[in-house]
Design a protein around this ligand. Structure first.
Ligand SMILES: NC(=O)c1ccc[n+]([C@@H]2O[C@H](COP(=O)([O-])OP(=O)(O)OC[C@H]3O[C@@H](n4cnc5c(N)ncnc54)[C@H](O)[C@@H]3O)[C@@H](O)[C@H]2O)c1
Length: 254
């Protein structure tokens, strides 16, 4: 499988580094970034090809892995799907826009392509997908991050946001993809609280779900990535696991 990456930042580096050393049929070959130097650097690292125009990788790849930004999803995803190519989207927040999501799903259907959104920086997505077959009566996320991760200069704990996921992804487009993943997995615009906390050094996500299945509470305490403290290492690992699953014949979890 030939893969092209859009966005050559923290997540793309972790993915490319790991896949490079593996005995796998997955070849991450094409690299695009609006900052051409970043694409060149990562392409050189894995003996890949940097393209200065995104369209140049279309038709040459079996799958595009977007690890850039919500705006890059708007710029590239429809083209990818219309070319009959699958896409993995890390910037899940973009898919909270119902009109865009429906347009992309229709394009995927029309062109026999798939849109994948890995579980990202969060545990428990498989259980929430299963629970959503029956009624989910409430689902909430409380995210705690350090001032560095949230890009705030504060010295005491503060609630920065309380509201619905669809608003959170607009106000914090680089920080709260997990809220979008939870909403899409549960079929609900979930309740979100974002707290900046100088006492935490990890990106902490607490989820509470109640429904016909019973109740679940999860707490994910992620190490931030060195290259980008907004991003958790687990997000990149979840994309690697998804990529590897295309090669596997024994799949665990929903
Ligand atoms: N699903 C999750 O749980 C999860 C977790 C962490 C991060 N993310 C998201 O994944 C994406 C990548 O994260 P990262 O930490 O690697 O970010 P990063 O800032 O380290 O790297 C992003 C790269 O994409 C490039 N880029 C941005 N917009 C672009 C565009 N429109 N076209 C082309 N290139 C563009 C930037 O120049 C940069 O090199 C972000 O949107 C982030 O919010 C998702």
């Amino acid at each position: 499988m030939i893969v092209g990456i859009v966005g050559c930042g923290a997540i793309a580096h972790i993915i490319a580094q790991n896949i490079k050393d593996e005995d796998t049929s997955i070849e991450i070959k094409y690299f695009y970034d609006k900052d051409g130097e970043r694409a060149e650097d990562l392409a050189n690292f894995v003996n890949g090809v940097a393209v200065s125009n995104f369209d140049d990788m279309l038709g040459k790849v079996d799958l595009v892995l977007e690890a850039a930004s919500q705006s890059s999803v708007r710029e590239t995803a429809l083209k990818v799907l219309n070319s009959g190519t699958d896409i993995i989207t890390m910037s899940v927040g973009a898919l909270m826009d119902t009109e865009l999501r429906n347009e992309l799903i229709q394009a995927a259907k029309d062109n026999d392509a798939k849109i994948y959104t890995p579980s990202g920086a969060l545990i428990g997505v498989d259980a929430i997908k299963a629970a959503s077959i029956k009624n989910i009566s409430s689902i909430s996320l409380t995210t705690r991050k350090s001032p560095k991760s949230l890009g705030r200069d504060v010295d005491k704990k503060e609630v920065l946001f309380e509201g619905k996921a669809s608003e959170a992804v607009k106000e914090f487009p680089k920080n709260i993809n997990v809220a979008a993943t939870l909403s899409l997995a549960s079929g609900k615009d979930i309740d979100v609280k974002i707290i900046v906390d100088p006492e935490v050094s990890r990106n902490v996500h607490e989820v509470v779900v109640k429904g016909d299945f019973g109740e679940l509470k999860t707490r994910t305490m992620n190490f931030p990535s060195d290259a980008n403290p907004k991003t958790s290492m687990l997000a990149a690992l979840s994309a690697i696991k998804l990529l590897r699953s295309f090669d596997e014949h024994f799949i665990i979890g929903t």
